[in-house]
Design a protein around this ligand. Structure first.
Ligand code: ADP
Ligand code: DP6
Length: 364
């Protein structure tokens, strides 16, 4: 490749850094699988991208023969059903930009992929953010959330910082009313933290996508859930967040997690994401709260056994030592509330002069 072509390609690299989020009230079940429209609204806290993050570089060029997606150093098979469905967001964005340019995407997660730490949320939101700049689309957070949602539902909440609500929508057939709104930004309650106990960094047995479908189809208990979440949990949680009422919020977070894992268990065949260590953590958090006479930590679990303990800065050390004393906890990460994705400079790009020839076969 000549120097001029290389410089031209390097000039088109755009790099974003984003992060995952942890749901306080959960998304589990779709009304529309193609558009990814959820059965109920959900609320989450965006995690600080200093602590857990995805960095994604994208390059669109008419010199690229076909799309290449490299995740954590490995070229991904874009014909694989799951990857193909998620990569569809790049096609959506290309369509808006009215271009057929192919892309090189190189992405790295700073935490285990597919282990229930929502790598998809972090990865997809960051990808959408980077493509918005690379394709010069200038889309708003609301518009980006609608696109991200179609790659992975929970990812749409990571398009903004602070605490976000993904509105269920459901009145517009194209899904344009299912988007994200910020409830409060990261400065409103800056002491909030997520202390993550890694219990098992391995790949989960049942993906969220397959698991929630099975729940919707088979769980009689689930039938009660969407309405209950929509009418009770979402308004109460919003109120607790706005009034910075940790006790009220913490109780709702724990009950929501328990409810989610109850409908998972009620699925046929049942889905077990929690293990004995997760349960030890649940008991330990309740004991700690009881001994303090108030809720200072609230556990929540997604589609995996790893625990997220929502707490505030002043109680961080107590929660960390509690978790470290539980047999089977492999690692404890402490993460602050975060600001949502940001663009990075070229110095931090993952697409470089060195790896372009390695990953790209260019057209003549
Ligand atoms: P998790 O609980 O970690 O989100 P999932 O199985 O739900 O696990 O999602 C993992 C999938 O998310 C990966 O197979 C990949 O398709 C996608 N994903 C993960 N990280 C990224 C990334 N950095 N960029 C784009 N997509 C990603
Ligand atoms: C348990 O967003 O990964 O983390 O939309 O099928 O990609 P798809 O599912 P995904 O599900 C997340 C489920 C959850 C709860 C939550 O984050 O709200």
């Amino acid at each position: 490749m000549d120097e001029k072509t290389m410089q031209d390609l390097l000039g088109k690299v755009f790099t974003a850094k984003g992060s995952s989020n942890i749901a306080f009230s959960k998304y589990w079940g779709k009304e529309n699988e193609k558009l990814i429209l959820p059965c109920n609204s959900s609320i989450s806290m965006t995690l600080d991208n200093k602590d857990v993050h995805t960095i994604t570089s994208v390059l669109f060029s008419d010199k690229i023969e076909s799309d290449v997606f490299v995740l954590n150093g490995e070229i991904q098979d874009l014909e694989n059903k799951d990857t193909k469905e998620r990569f569809e967001i790049v096609n959506i964005m290309r369509k808006i930009a009215d271009t057929s340019k192919k892309a090189l995407v190189i992405s790295e997660n700073s935490f285990p992929t597919a282990a229930g730490l929502a790598s998809s949320a972090s990865g997809i939101s960051t990808l959408v953010y980077a493509c918005n700049d690379a394709l010069k689309l200038g889309l708003s957070a609301k518009e980006l959330s609608i696109i991200a949602r179609q790659g992975s539902g929970s990812s749409c909440r990571s398009v903004v910082g602070g605490i976000a609500k993904w509105n269920k929508g459901g009145n517009e057939s194209d899904g344009s009313d299912s988007y994200v709104e910020q409830i409060v930004d990261e400065k409103y309650w800056p002491e909030l933290m997520d202390i993550i106990a890694i219990v098992d960094p391995g790949k989960k047995k049942v993906s969220s996508r397959a698991g929630m479908k099975q729940t919707v189809e088979t769980s009689p208990l689930y039938k009660l859930r969407p309405k209950y979440v929509e009418e009770n949990i979402i308004p109460q949680l919003t109120e607790a967040i706005k009034s910075r009422d940790f006790e009220a919020m913490g109780k709702l977070i724990m009950k929501e997690s328990n409810d989610l894992h109850a409908v998972m268990l009620d699925t046929y065949p049942p889905i077990f994401y929690l293990n004995d260590i997760s349960r030890d953590i649940i008991y330990a958090v309740h004991e700690l709260n009881q001994s303090r006479g108030k809720i200072i930590g609230a556990y929540t679990f997604d589609a995996g056994p790893n625990a997220h303990i929502i707490t505030t800065q002043e109680n961080k050390d107590g929660i960390i030592s509690l978790l470290k004393n539980i047999d089977g906890v492999k690692e404890v990460l402490s993460v602050k509330i975060g600001s949502g994705p940001v663009m990075l400079g070229n110095e931090e790009a993952l697409i470089t002069k060195e790896n372009i020839p390695k990953f790209l076969k260019l057209t003549a």
